[in-house]
Design a protein around this ligand. Sequence first.
Ligand SMILES: Nc1ncnc2c1ncn2[C@@H]1O[C@H](COP(=O)(O)OP(=O)(O)O)[C@@H](O)[C@H]1O
Ligand SMILES: [Mg+2]
Length: 375
Amino acid sequence: MATSYAGLLADKLESDGEKQQARLIRERLARAPMAVASAQGAGHGHLLGQMPTDNDSRLNTVDYSQPTLDNSEVLLPDAIEARLHEFIQCVEHHDALQSAGASVASRILIYGPPGTGKTQTARWIASRLKRPLLTVRCDTLVSSLLGQTSRNLRRVFDYAQQLPCVLFLDEFDALAGARGNERDVGELQRVVIALLQNMDALPDSTVLVASTNHEQLLDPAIDRRFPFHIPLPLPDAALREALWRKLLGRFAPEDLDWSELAALSDGATGATIEHVSQDAKRKAVLAGQANAQKLDLLRRLGLTLALAKGERLTTTEQEIRWLRVWAPKHFTLRALVALYNLSMRQVQNTLNENKGPRDGIKEKAQPGKKKRQPQ
Ligand SMILES: Nc1ncnc2c1ncn2[C@@H]1O[C@H](COP(=O)(O)OP(=O)(O)O)[C@@H](O)[C@H]1O
Ligand SMILES: [Mg+2]
């Protein structure tokens, strides 16, 4: 309670122009024990004072949030989950470990393809530790102004030290790798050096999470500063099934064969499964149905996977041919007739054209016409 009032007082002083007094109070609050500090942060995110911004674009470089366990759930392979729990333990028992001479830096690097749950895992870490999450999209730190990138970096790290938090550097390779891109090599090296210095100066009360799609691009000196490396692979069949079960929830189609769905979604990320589930649920709700329809769900999945493979299915005919090849057991003639509201003959004609899904549909539009001879 006292802390909350102190926070309010600081706000009041600041709005009355007493900036110096307000700053002193906030500094004192920042040194308060963690439980107090996070309680105070819960009510007033802005107690942290002025957010850092990029001088060039004037955009905030940090986003403040307070994930909860409810909205940050993530399903991961057992071994990876175990590593994450170990990390949480190391942070929670940092002091005890330190007095035993066995502490490790509270830094974790998460890497894997887009959509595998890296950002969600960072949210989960913050909620497990009951700390606010400060998210930095590293590409927004990289300024067009020479020297400004290192300044942005310092502001972010200074800001993050004001109270116990999880500092999350998303798209980390934009800062810590990016060798090989067009920018001036000297400037890049300065950024990497600035990053190393800031990381080394960060107190143990700040947990650092970094995520990247391109782990191999990271500078080795930076890579070595992360005692925990967490790879997030594409989900295997068992994990895909768990994701479907969780995300479809009570909207799951009644006649669904889960393991078959898991097999058909080979190559899908958690993000894809979430996206398809949400679409199917939305459709069910809008149609006043208690469950999603199996064929509709499979169709959405098939089309999303086609897109991910770079197939451009722009016509109904292309869709039909793709679905038929992808899951012939489900997309029977009869099913396609019902799904697309076509006659049996139209579906048959479409399939008999026997072309890849990519081929044009012009010929189909004029079925009687002979193919044009090459000139
Ligand atoms: N393994 C997973 N468990 C739960 N949700 C997941 C998983 N992977 C992805 N998602 C969901 O997909 C969406 C995108 O995930 P995100 O964490 O942003 O991926 P990334 O940061 O790796 O690109 C999020 O809404 C997330 O909840
Ligand atoms: Mg992400």
